[in-house]
Every structure is written in C-alpha cells, then in structure tokens.
Design a protein around this ligand. Structure first.
Ligand code: SAM
Length: 283
C-alpha cells in the first residue's frame, strides 16, 4: 500500500541530514533518502503532520526546551540500534581472561568503572555485567560501576525493562542463560535479566557531541557506532575518550572500525584473538 506520507525530496533530505549531522554527528549519504524517509515518517505520524517540510518548520518553530525534546525523539527514530548479547564474543574473552585480571592487579582504589557508550537496547552492558559477575572473585569488596549510555531514549527504556528473545539472545551460552536470566511468566520465549545483573548497570541518555563525558573510566566499549560518523567526529570522539580513560584502560571498538588515521593517543593491541586499543602514555 502506498504510504500516505511521501518520500523526502532531495532538498528536504539535505535539510534533515544537516540537522541530524549537527545534532548527533550521524552522517547520512544521499543514498539514504528512502531509509531516512521511512524513519522520519514515524515522527510525522505521531504528530499528525502530513508533509516533511511542515515537520521541519514545526521543529524550527519550537521554543528551545521543546525543540531539544523533539530533536531527541527525531534522533530516536533515525538511529540504527542493531545489537545482541555476546556480539563479537572474542571481545568478551579478552575482557574476562585478560583485561579484568590486569585491572584487578594494578588498581589500588578498588573501584571498577566500565562504560558501554552507545549501548543501544542493553545487550552489550548486560554482557559486560555477566563477565564481571563471573570474575567477581577478583573484585571482592570493590565498587563496581557499569555505565551504559545512548542518544536514543526508547532503547534506554527497553534496556531498563531487560526482556530479550530471539536473535538478541541466540549467542548466550546455555549455562549463562540458566544462571542470569529467568523465563517470563506466560511467555517462556522471553528471557528477563536477573536483578543481580540488572542492578550492576546504570543507563542514561548521553550524546557524544553534546553531553559531558564521565571520568576515570577503566574500560570503554564504543562498538559499531563510529561507522555512522565522519572523520571529524570520529577524531573528536576518540580524543574525548582519551581524556576520560585511565592510563591502564582498554578501549573496545567495533569489528569493522579502526583508529588508524583517527587517533595517535591509542595503540592497537591484540588480546587473545580480539582487537583492543590501549591509551598511550600521557605527554
Ligand atoms: C548499532 S548500535 C551499537 C550497539 C552496541 N554498541 C553494539 O555494538 O552492539 C549504535 C548505537 O549508537 C547510538 N548513537 C548514535 N549516535 C550517537 C551519539 N551521537 N551519541 C551517543 N550514541 C549514539 C544509537 O542510538 C545506537 O543505539
């Protein structure tokens, strides 16, 4: 059936693409016109607006507080949130078998701070929490903080509910599923993350290019999001990570991402079979 709200014109696409880029760093090539039309259409429908140009004018007309809220909702529908538990599991082998052990050895203040930035619907930070829980013998008496942030409010809401099924949990080993999840009453295909894991993770809204960064982080996960940014934003983001990571820290980026020609603040290190970055000594 023909959608009632048509596709963006080229001019409309350019105006929205600029807005999205300025607000979030997400860079949309002009081949993304259908994708952006389909995603933005959800906001137009929610607001009962018939034309993209009217939505653009509506956005511009809002007072600053309301505008900021509508920008959040717009970025919420525009962002790509694909994720699943134990995605790129070699990272979690490196985390469990090397990084956590090294940190437990070198840190004297008995705090562990891990940041899952761009956490989407929560599978990544809960996987991290499970790995930390499995290594708790190293951290007895430590304060454990797992921060999990994203620009899209609806994924944070989803993550807080912590109910998963299908492809999202396909890679969870059976014994881990039994140990840290409970099947939902009335729908056994849905697995709910147990409270002991849930309470290890704090979710909140964070935009890499507008929000203040957390400090003194031992391990940063920033996977599968830099691909959406252009080089200028990638450089800016990694420079900010360098400011907030501790000297002994580790930075995990996505499988198809690299810091080559993006940053000289980090060095590549292969840990077990996983690509990981470590901060270079401060000048
Ligand atoms: C593909 S998901 C990656 C999820 C997870 N890190 C993984 O690798 O499975 C990318 C996430 O980045 C978020 N994102 C995009 N731009 C962002 C920005 N400027 N600041 C913070 N998060 C952003 C999106 O909302 C989305 O949830």
């Amino acid at each position: 059936m023909e959608p009632t709200i048509k596709r963006l014109t080229e001019e409309e696409f350019n105006r929205f693409a600029k807005l999205i880029y300025d607000e979030s760093g997400i860079f949309l090539k002009d081949t993304k016109i259908t994708l952006l039309s389909n995603r933005l259409r959800k906001r137009l429908q929610a607001l009962d607006i018939a034309e993209f140009s009217d939505y653009y004018n509506y956005l511009q007309s809002l007072p600053s507080k309301e505008k900021a809220l509508e920008y959040e909702k717009m970025l919420d529908v525009v962002s790509t949130n694909e994720t699943f538990f134990f995605r790129n599991e070699r990272h979690f082998d490196a985390l469990s078998q090397v990084c956590l052990q090294e940190i437990a050895k070198v840190k004297t203040d008995r705090t562990l701070r891990i940041w899952s930035s761009a956490c989407s619907t929560g599978e990544e930070p809960y996987t991290i929490a499970i790995c930390v829980k499995e290594s708790m013998h190293l951290f007895s008496g430590w304060d454990i903080e797992i921060l999990a942030t994203d620009i899209a409010p609806s994924v944070i809401q989803f993550a807080n509910i912590a109910e998963y099924s299908g492809r999202r949990i396909e890679k969870v080993p059976t014994e881990i599923l039994k140990k840290y999840f409970t099947q939902k009453k009335g729908d056994p295909s849905v697995y709910v993350v147990n409270d002991d894991i849930k309470k290890m993770v704090t979710f909140y809204y964070h935009n890499f290019f507008k929000s203040v960064f957390p400090k003194d982080i031992d391990i940063i996960f920033c996977r599968n999001v830099m691909i959406y940014f252009d080089k200028r934003h990638q450089v800016e983001l990694v420079a900010k990570f360098y400011q907030c990571i501790l000297d002994h820290g580790y930075l995990f980026i996505g499988h198809s991402e690299t810091l080559h020609s993006i940053s000289e603040d980090f060095s590549y290190r292969k840990i077990l079979e996983a690509p990981v970055y470590v901060p270079n000594p401060r000048r």
